[in-house]
Design a protein around this ligand. Structure first.
Ligand code: SF4
Length: 482
């Protein structure tokens, strides 16, 4: 007899019936064995060191730092670390909490609270205060949340899981993409992983409605967390409808991901890897450009499995992989590291795209380098490369008004200046101009720069403030936030 509680139709319509992972065979016949995704969280940190036979002198501090900044790693990523020299290893610094990510006072403050027997709530509140002091939502992200043109339904007029900062690009933060396969120590979205400031979409309904209303949008950027953590049926829900004629204006699907570093098996041996690749191929054949915006911080991440996953994305799915990363002290603040990384990328068909400057959030003070140094690293790395790697733009700051590139340093009319230019801007007209900031050898971010030649403000400041204030007022009404 049929069980009335089970909806057989729904069950059979499920697009990804469970399949076991398969090993992957490369075109040259090499077999890549599937490595199940095994994650480790904060409480596993001592065990990871134990497993390596290491008595880490900074373990207690690391455990404290991991209470403030999220920690997650997986076995594949652990295996990419050179444990013989782990304190200097870039992937270790990229993923494991570093004591200097907090000040001595912050670490000792948390320790003292714990030793004094403070309640969990008190400690959690203290930790939350520390996070809040670290600019957890940089670049006025909340003010990028778009709204529907016609607010015929008050409940859905505010779209908090989308961002529309530049006219041509809409970002989607899907509910199922609110994690990564491992977390970067410098993550600028750290607050999303500790239960705050979530920008979420449950499904694709509001996205599709918004895109229909905005024919000026050409690019959809799937972001997160990491959207590669989503199953392929979720991807289908988002992407397949974009093949309909009403979405002809959507030309480019961008996928912001670090899965090629943290879990390349996602594109090779995971049960739904074939389905995901075939979906991307279907989109490509339907006229959409699939642009994988791959986050690589160091050449050490470009291991054979990662490169094979990249090859599959390019050759089977027809995707173009563009690479980007921030310049971070202790991880990749040398021209040689960038040049070697770009060289391997170019050789393997990946296109260097951006060198970013450490954002003004999280443990920025630990990772930041001066704009002077960033310009130096970028220029020297370019010099070490042929023109094929000169596709990387930078050093660039993703800040509230837009992406500001430091083009160079110059002496103009007797004054030492940084020559700056928008690569993207709230108002695209700003991109036509260069502007000049007083040279400051200590500056690490746009807000530390002052206009050159005695100007009171940069040319875009008034208009930018007006845009933000207008959006904030509107958001205040919709979200009833202060
Ligand atoms: S991959 Fe991106 S979103 Fe994920 S932890 Fe790293 S920086 Fe953050």
């Amino acid at each position: 007899m049929n069980n009335p509680k089970i909806n057989i139709e729904k069950l059979t319509a499920f697009k990804n019936p469970f399949e076991t992972p398969k090993d992957w065979v490369t075109p040259t016949g090499k077999v890549i064995k599937h490595k199940p995704f095994k994650k480790y969280l904060r409480s596993d940190i001592p065990g990871i060191f134990n497993a390596q036979g290491i008595n880490d002198p900074y373990l207690e501090d690391r455990k404290i730092v991991a209470q403030v900044f999220p920690f997650k790693i997986n076995q594949f990523t652990i295996d990419q670390i050179n444990w013989k020299n782990y304190l200097e290893d870039p992937i270790f610094k990229l993923t494991f909490p570093q004591p200097e990510m907090l000040s001595r006072e912050e670490i000792d403050g948390i320790k003292q609270l714990k030793e004094s027997g403070a309640s969990r709530e008190t400690i959690a509140e203290h930790i939350s205060d520390i996070r809040s002091a670290k600019n957890p939502a940089p670049a006025n992200q909340a003010a990028n949340r778009p709204v529907f043109e016609e607010n015929d339904d008050a409940d859905i007029s505010a779209i908090d899981g989308l961002q529309h900062k530049y006219p041509k690009i809409v970002l989607m933060f899907h509910k199922n993409a609110q994690t990564c396969h491992a977390y970067c120590t410098y993550c600028f979205r750290f607050n999303q992983f500790v239960g705050k400031d979530k920008f979420l979409e449950d499904d694709s309904v509001r996205l599709h409605r918004y895109l229909k209303e905005h024919p000026e949008v050409t690019d959809l950027l799937m972001t997160g967390g990491d959207p590669a953590t989503m199953k392929s049926d979720v991807w289908r829900d988002v992407l397949e409808p974009l093949l309909q004629p009403e979405f002809d204006h959507i030309k480019n699907i961008r996928i912001g991901t670090k899965a090629l570093t943290y879990h390349p098996y996602r594109f090779l041996t995971e049960p739904d890897a074939d389905d995901l690749i075939s979906l991307f191929k279907q989109m490509k054949e339907g006229g959409k450009h699939i642009a994988v915006m791959a986050h690589f911080s160091h050449w050490q991440e470009l291991n054979p499995i990662t490169l094979e996953a990249a090859r599959r994305l390019r050759e089977e799915a027809g995707a173009v992989i563009r690479t980007q990363a921030p310049l971070m002290k202790g991880i990749n603040d040398s021209a040689e590291v960038w040049a070697k990384m770009w060289q391997i990328q170019v050789q393997n068909g990946l296109i260097p795209y951006y060198m970013f400057i450490a954002r003004d959030t999280g443990a920025q003070e630990y990772f930041e380098v001066t704009l002077d140094h960033a310009l130096d690293v970028y220029s020297k790395a370019r010099q070490l490369m042929s023109g094929l790697a000169h596709t990387a733009r930078g050093p660039s700051m993703s800040c509230g008004p837009g992406k500001v590139c430091i083009l160079g340093q110059e002496n103009v009319a007797g004054e030492e200046v940084f020559v700056c230019k928008f690569l993207q801007a709230r108002n695209p007209e700003w991109c036509k101009r260069v502007f000049f900031a007083k040279h400051d050898p200590k500056a690490t971010w746009l807000d530390q720069l002052v206009p050159a030649f005695g100007e009171k403000e940069f040319f875009f400041e008034q208009e930018y403030n007006d845009i933000v204030n207008k959006k904030k007022t509107y958001a205040k009404e919709l979200y009833q936030v202060s």
